[in-house]
Design a protein around this ligand. Structure first.
Ligand code: SF4
Ligand code: SF4
Length: 549
């Protein structure tokens, strides 16, 4: 007796075509499987990828709250994966097998019963048999796995992928903040130009003080004495240490009313998420006032904003309106340097809510940003540039030691050559910065500055071994881990982690994989790097620096 015969009711008939009802094996239809893959994409996009994005933006504080959405995304992915090869047995019409769009019979009804043995499936039972059947099942499992991984990974990349270059710039770039050589003519430099900060009515120093890395009150005091009148700080800079230090400097020097003081909606732990209750936001700003020793902030930013949702969160806007009524905050701003910078900046302009925007802006990046900056300026929004030095690394700056103009000065002139920029904020952490940075104040961009910036860009590109690239590895006759050697050299030369770099390199030496053989090698690796790095020369230099004395 055939398996399906057991459940066949000879008196039952299909209500649609009158055919005989019997037990039939079904699989999920293609539309339902595609729907599950789309759901997997969405679950990853809005679940774990959104949480990671929030962590980078600073509004999600740890992994734990992301676990439920991660488990949810995994469950959906498991469902999508299973749908590829799950079989369900149901009673259905042997002639038309009408079941709706979700399920379709494994064996097409018109072939059932009994005439489809060549397909490797028993018509009556739909059971997959024989070698072809096994291959079909294995293919279904493999295709489901590939499709599910593709959908999940796609959701992750769509949400989180754009952060990669930004995160690398923000969190991993070792930025050279001080010129290798301090020139005597820079000594005693002062602010020479003040610009209007949009409709706020304030005139601010074109080069202004960022305090993300400040730990010496003398730096802030000297900046004030040299004419800087715009201070940018935030509660999460050094866990409120920056605000405390600036408060100390202002108390010592006096003249609070001459200083335009900007801070952010956040706490020592990080940025406030959009659903933060209004009283908590107000309390956070009052904490800033206490630390800064003032009764008002001139500007309060929605900090490092990556989403229009957070930009326009009613909680922030209501908190700001109340603070403004109470005289505790004068102007509202937004700071953004994220993958969605342009979207957020446009939304800020269109909302007519913001008086100031602080945007990542520097030579060779965000090419469409100039237009947005012009638009903001035309609408009376003050534009503050930040991240103006990103990309400048110590090793690459070595090629500029003889330049009379520091890289920083050229970078600042390029930014300030845009008349729509009100000022730039750069991180001051050493007393020398007051000389080096302010020497560029009020000076015009010259051809030699642009040439220097372009030369730097070329040098950086030609000098940088991309970690995890490995395109040249097969070309090495000695099977050396070229990318690893050059990464350790980067630790040594760019990051100043000399001991760590040598320690790691010693392990390569012990394994016979260091670059000692490169000096006498005919170098078949030449030309193997798609970025045209001179591999042998770099390996020889790395070995000289990293080998144990
Ligand atoms: S020069 Fe060095 S990296 Fe290049 S092939 Fe020879 S041993 Fe390998
Ligand atoms: S040397 Fe060039 S090809 Fe080799 S790992 Fe570095 S970037 Fe990639």
């Amino acid at each position: 007796m055939r398996e399906d015969d057991a459940s066949t009711d000879p008196n039952a008939a299909c209500s649609r075509c009158g055919g005989e009802l019997r037990s039939v094996l079904f699989r999920f239809s293609w539309p339902s499987r595609i729907a599950l893959l789309v759901l997997t994409f969405a679950a990853t996009f809005f679940g774990p990828a959104a949480h990671m994005s929030g962590m980078l933006e600073g509004v999600a504080r740890g992994w734990a709250p992301g676990i439920p959405t991660g488990i949810g995304a995994l469950a959906v992915a498991a469902l999508a994966f299973s749908a590829g090869f799950v079989r369900l047995r149901r009673t259905a019409c042997a002639r038309c097998a009408a079941t709706g769009w979700l399920l379709v019979p494994v064996t097409p009804p018109e072939r059932a019963p009994g005439n489809d043995a060549t397909r490797g499936e028993s018509a009556a039972t739909g059971t997959v048999t024989g070698r072809r059947g096994f291959l079909a099942a294995a293919g279904a499992v493999a295709a489901s796995a590939v499709a599910t991984i593709g959908a999940g990974f796609g959701g992750f990349v769509a949400r989180f992928g754009p952060w990669r270059p930004v995160a690398r710039n923000i969190f991993f770039a070792e930025v050279e903040r001080t010129a290798p050589v301090q020139r005597p003519e820079w000594a005693g430099a002062t602010v020479k130009s003040y610009r209007a900060l949009g409709r706020t009515g304030a005139w601010v120093s074109d080069i202004s003080l960022g305090s993300g890395a400040i730990d010496d009150v003398r730096v802030a005091i000297r900046a004030l004495e040299r004419g800087i009148n715009y201070f940018d700080t935030a509660p999460d800079y050094s866990r409120t240490g920056s605000e405390q230090l600036l408060g100390q400097a202002i108390r010592q020097v006096g003249g609070r009313d001459r200083i335009f003081l900007a801070s952010k909606f956040c706490t020592a732990d990080g940025h406030l998420p959009p659903d933060t209750p209004v009283p908590d936001i107000i309390r956070a700003v009052e904490g800033s006032l206490t630390r800064l020793g003032t009764d008002h902030l001139d500007l309060v930013h929605i900090h490092s904003c990556d989403q229009v949702e957070r930009l326009m969160a009613p909680t922030f806007h209501e908190a700001f309106d109340r603070l403004k009524e109470q005289g505790k905050a004068r102007f509202l701003g937004v700071s953004t340097h994220t993958p969605h910078l342009e979207t957020v900046a446009r939304a800020a302009i269109d909302s007519r809510r913001f008086d100031v925007m602080m945007l990542a802006y520097h030579h060779g990046m965000f090419t469409h940003l100039g237009q947005i900056i012009d638009e903001a300026h035309a609408k009376g929004i003050g534009v503050v540039a930040m991240k103006t030095l990103k990309g400048a690394k110590a090793a690459n700056l070595a090629g500029f030691r003889d330049d009379a103009t520091a890289y920083s000065q050229a970078a600042f002139r390029w930014v300030l050559s845009n008349p729509s920029v009100s000022c730039l904020v750069v991180s001051f952490s050493k007393l020398e910065h007051c000389d080096e940075y302010l020497y560029a104040s009020g000076t015009a961009l010259e051809h030699k500055d642009t040439a220097l910036l372009e030369r730097y860009d070329r040098l950086a590109s030609a000098d940088y071994c991309r970690p995890h690239c490995g395109a040249c590895l097969d070309s090495c006759v000695n099977h050396l881990p070229i990318d690893t050697v050059l990464r350790y050299d980067m630790y040594f030369a760019d990051y100043g982690r000399t001991e760590l770099a040598r320690e790691k390199y010693a392990r390569l030496t012990a394994a016979g994989l260091d670059a000692s053989s490169c000096a006498s090698c005919p170098a078949p690796c030449a030309g193997a790097c798609p970025f045209e790095l001179p591999i042998r020369a770099k390996m020889v230099r790395a070995h000289e620096r990293l080998r144990s004395a």
